[in-house]
Design a protein around this ligand. Structure first.
Ligand SMILES: [Zn+2]
Length: 41
């Protein structure tokens, strides 16, 4: 089973099926709004 973890606060965002144990990093909804790298409108 794979897990998606927030790279900022390390909260578990979601799980997905996988043959092996995998951890991917993303951003949760709370941290996604505070991104200094890419600013839109
Ligand atoms: Zn977060």
């Amino acid at each position: 089973m794979g897990t998606i973890v927030c790279q900022t606060c390390e909260a578990t965002i979601a799980y997905f099926e996988d043959e092996k144990v995998t951890t991917l990093y993303g951003q949760c909804d709370g941290c996604g709004h505070d991104d200094d790298g890419e600013k839109g409108e």
